[in-house]
Design a protein around this ligand. Sequence first.
Ligand code: HEC
Length: 122
Amino acid sequence: MMRSGWTAAVLAGAFVIAAAAGAFAQGKGDAKAGAEIYKKDCAKCHGDGGSGDGPQGQKLKDKPSDWTKGGGGLKDLNDQQVYEAIAKGGGAVGKSKAMPAYPKLSEADVWNVVAFVKSLKK
Ligand code: HEC
């Protein structure tokens, strides 16, 4: 009786530590959740792999940059600026206004997409 209670407490403690470590390692967003949003809203311009080759992007005067080549347009943006570019549109960070704003996404969702976008950077 005593012993199984102790084991449960140790397991619960280990779980809390593992969960906290996981959240820390991931930073602010969850790239997996961001991937879903990216596929639906962004790939048509930025391309499935982030190389800027989405069919809708090809028709724009200002073409999306290739994130897979040294970071492309992401290179000189910090996390907060990437966030602003998505939430408020390209104009908010001095990029093309062809990059639309996404006020429909929650703050958490924008951070999820930020995490995914950064994972495409090579
Ligand atoms: C209508 C086409 C279009 C859609 C849809 C679109 N973008 Fe963009 N995006 C652009 C263009 C064009 C730029 C500007 C590229 C530049 O100035 O280098 C841009 C710029 C950006 C930037 C700034 C970094 C850079 O490469 O300039 C980020 C970050 C970004 N987009 C993320 C997203 C995300 C995330 C989504 C989906 C939620 C999205 N975009 C949807 C066209 C689009």
